[in-house]
Design a protein around this ligand. Structure first.
Ligand code: MG
Length: 367
């Protein structure tokens, strides 16, 4: 099997809530996603998607995906999409860094492998654990009262895990965490994600201010060292996200006991191949995980579902169903949440049928 053609489209994904806000006043109103189609000489088709959380979250931006694909794509023609490790080595050899650019190509090649093997991806990624997986709901940064109301609403829809977007003013963030904690019922879990937004002194004020609340603290500060400093002075369960983008960081974090949990985002690692390596390493080390991506629509949601559903249940804190946050359907066959839970599809590969005719003219065609 050989790659013959790579096509990419820019696809806009508006939000049901109108916008999404997190630390430092950052927000997105309409997500700019890139859908990638990889076609083989034998006529098979695989699909991938990548959607940065705007240009100011990770070192990734939407136009950069397309620019990077124009650079990368010609070097992949003729490669066998089923040989995922060889393909990733090839991508790294011809384009240094830029893991997010490679993510959708890698995802589409996994889709091709699964279709060729006539097997759903979660079975190829390690096996399906249980009937479904737990989701968390991200709560966009608003006033304490508004965030508490959102949690109550999403709780009524079946979610039991909530990730609060904090990383703002320390006093207001303490109020946010306390207001939301009042909404929780036994069995619920609360994660306060500062998305690198606190200085050390403010992070210290917040963790001390919520010392009596059962809450996880996620990525309080910008650097690994700053986060480690906070970690060593709080007893809250501790999550690292933005700084965890390689196996090296996971091993360093294990050696330092720097975290209890990490956030595995598919595109942060450069696709399913590398995210799976990170997932398997964490599972082996006993480090729990949130399995997701930076953002996306139906195709990313399907990929998350396959990676998360093939993660040992006790190691998976939660996954994310981005297709329920956005107003636009870009593929049929993607999984949809049921009472705050999600199940990977049972069709071969990713199991999605993108609505290609609605994408308009492609941004990029390489053949
Ligand atoms: Mg996070």
């Amino acid at each position: 099997m050989k790659i013959r053609k790579i096509t990419a489209w820019r696809v806009e994904l508006p939000l049901h809530e109108g916008n999404y806000k997190w630390s430092g006043g950052k927000s997105v109103t309409v997500f700019d996603s890139t859908v990638v189609k990889v076609e083989t000489a034998c006529g098979r088709v695989g699909w991938g998607e990548v959607c940065p959380l705007g240009p100011a979250y990770l070192p990734a931006y939407a136009a950069g995906v397309r620019a990077g694909l124009a650079e990368l794509g010609p070097h992949l023609l003729g490669c066998d999409p089923r040989e995922l490790d060889k393909l990733n080595r090839r991508m790294d050899a011809v384009l240094k860094g830029h893991p997010y650019v490679k993510s959708a190509v890698d995802m589409a090649c996994w889709d091709l492998l699964g279709q060729w093997a006539n097997t759903p991806l979660c079975e190829l990624l390690g096996g399906r654990y249980g009937a479904d997986i737990t989701l968390y709901r991200a709560i966009s940064q608003e006033s304490p009262a508004e965030m508490a109301a959102k949690v109550a609403g999403y709780r009524a829809e079946g979610y039991r895990r909530f990730q609060l977007k904090v990383g703002g003013d320390a006093v207001e963030d303490i109020a946010r965490i306390k207001a939301v904690s009042q909404q929780l019922q036994p069995g619920d879990r609360l994660d306060a994600d500062a998305n690198t937004g606190w200085r050390l002194h403010d992070a210290m004020r917040v963790v001390r201010g919520v010392a009596d609340v059962d809450v996880y603290i996620e990525q309080p500060c910008a650097t690994y060292e700053e986060c480690l400093s906070i970690r060593r002075q709080t007893t809250h369960p501790f999550v690292l996200d933005e700084v965890v983008d390689s196996l090296d960081v996971i091993l360093r974090g294990r050696a330092d006991l720097a975290m209890d949990m990490v956030n595995i985002k598919i595109s942060k690692f450069g696709g399913l191949t590398r995210a799976r390596q990170a997932r398997d390493l964490c599972a082996s080390l006993g480090i729990a995980m949130i399995v997701e991506d930076s953002w996306g629509g139906d195709i990313v949601t399907a990929a998350i579902a396959h990676l998360a559903h093939s993660t040992p249940t006790e190691m998976l804190f939660a996954a994310t169903d981005f297709n329920s946050y956005v107003t636009r359907t870009i593929a049929e066959g993607a999984p949809h949440r049921q009472q705050g839970r999600l199940a990977a599809g049972t069709e071969p590969g990713l199991g999605v049928c993108p609505l290609e005719s609605g994408f308009g003219p492609p941004a990029l065609v390489i053949e």
